[in-house]
Ligand binder design. Structure first.
Ligand code: PFF
Length: 446
């Protein structure tokens, strides 16, 4: 018999760990440049719509499956829905693995930038110099690989030790600190000369720029940011005791994640305009290229830079831990492998797959599949295809296969007052499958 399942220490512990999974590079690195590339304000509104309609319902659905089953994604789908459904969990685990393999590359850059903050590389805030620093780092061969390897090792170190003690405790202190630094940076970015145009671009929608691809990007980003569609939330839900109030916890996690993404937008996009960059120009380097100029315009800028990149690395770590935990939890539960072995093998495999991602900006920049570098392809396949697809299937599973059983479980057998639960079920049955399905097809054929 296996040992009884570990549970989160407290309600705050769960919220911080789940928010730790949700808040990460997706909010601070990806959201601002996606918004820049997809038309600004219109993207923001569509993104917020995706969070409100699909995101919240699906966070609840995933947590519910996990909590009901108290198992990893494959076993959990089997437990709540029976034959055939474990494939959805398996797709999630493969997706987690793919996301982790490019995530560690970007997370590695944040470690490099911690060093750059103190060694003077960022002290010349001229735009060309900052572009050169980023390009030099990412186009290298050994440096990006070494940083990605270091970050993979850090992630594995935390997962081997179990999530509860280390990461739950650290998140409770470090997440609020990140929040405070973000607020200071938002204030500084908004008061830079030329920032107003960026604020306008971010907040005033121009719907003439919206295409099918905008919707695909928004929904993919919403899923990525909320750690949805691949079993991470489900796995975290499986460590939740059954009597917890799921809806309030889910709402807290979704709100925190969205707030941090919007703050990151308010920080990066005005700074982009202040630096004379056109939206979409900076690509995956945007955050790294524009923020040093913001730091430089602050008293004690070097410390802000160091603090910011350190906390970004921590935010990335709490997310990468949840990705690796999803994979490891499966092997430990289903194949009776020790946590230590499962973590070590998975980390080595992640490192191997991270190599082409790490080299996508240099040695392999011209190696393209379907017109994309490995890095872009891994991001596209996971964010735009498998995450929404996983979300769609999760909605069908909870909406139709669990059906009224889901409402019963959600309300803790009627002990929690949830008069809106039928609306939630309606969304899972009709709105989410049709909406996500339509967006997926738009993306594939536009
Ligand atoms: N939500 C994380 C972020 O926004 O950076 C990324 C992520 C973590 C995606 C865990 C998926 C996941 F399962």
């Amino acid at each position: 018999m296996s040992a009884p399942r570990e549970h989160w220490g407290s309600r705050l512990g769960f919220i911080m760990a789940a928010a730790g999974s949700a808040v990460g590079l997706g909010n601070i690195w990806k959201f601002p440049y996606m918004t820049g590339e997809n038309g600004g304000g219109a993207f923001l509104i569509i993104y917020l719509g995706c969070i409100a309609v699909f995101g919240l319902s699906l966070v609840l659905a995933e947590l519910l499956i996990g909590r009901s089953a108290q198992r990893n994604p494959v076993a959990a789908f089997r437990h709540v829905a029976g034959r055939g459904w474990p494939a959805v969990g398996a797709m999630g685990i493969v997706t987690a693995f793919v996301i982790l393999s490019f995530y560690v590359v970007v997370a590695g850059w944040t470690i490099a930038y911690m060093l750059f903050s103190v060694n003077g590389s960022l002290s010349n805030p001229d735009a060309d110099a900052l572009n050169a620093v980023f390009d030099h780092l990412t186009a290298g061969t050994w440096e990006p690989i070494a940083y990605a390897a270091l970050f993979t090792a850090l992630t594995a170190g935390v997962v081997i030790g179990g999530v509860g003690q280390g990461i739950e405790r650290a998140s409770k202190i470090l997440m609020p600190l990140l929040f405070l630094i973000l607020i200071a940076l938002v204030v500084r970015a908004l008061t830079l000369p030329g920032a107003a145009a960026g604020l306008e671009f971010f907040l005033i929608p121009d719907f003439s720029k919206v295409t099918g691809a905008t919707f695909t990007a928004a929904i993919g980003q919403a899923f990525f940011s909320l750690s949805l569609g691949m079993g991470a939330m489900l796995t975290y839900g499986s460590y939740m005791p059954r009597e917890r109030n799921l809806p309030t916890d889910a709402l807290a996690v979704v709100s925190l994640d969205t707030l941090i993404a919007v703050l990151a937008g308010l920080m990066v996009i005005p700074a982009m305009f202040a630096a004379g960059m056109t939206p979409g120009e900076g690509g995956a380097g945007t955050t790294f290229k524009v923020l040093p100029a913001v730091f430089d315009a602050m008293p004690g800028g070097m410390w802000f830079a160091l603090g910011f990149f350190l906390l970004l690395a921590v935010a990335a770590l709490t997310s990468s831990v949840s990705l690796l935990e999803t994979v490891v939890c499966y092997f430990v539960d289903e194949h009776a492998v020790s946590r230590r072995k499962a973590t070590a093998y998975s980390a080595v495999a992640v490192f191997a797959l991270s190599l082409p991602a790490a080299l996508s900006f240099g040695l392999m920049a011209d190696t393209k599949l379907f017109g994309m570098t490995f890095f872009a392809l891994m991001d596209y396949l996971s964010s735009s295809i498998t995450l929404p697809l996983g979300g769609l299937l999760t909605a069908l599973c909870v909406g139709w296969v669990m059906g009224p059983r889901a409402i019963d479980a959600l309300s803790n057998q009627g002990r929690i007052h949830a008069p809106w639960a039928p609306v939630w079920l309606f969304i899972l049955r009709f709105v989410a499958p049709l909406g996500i399905g339509w967006i997926l097809l738009q993306g594939l054929f536009s």
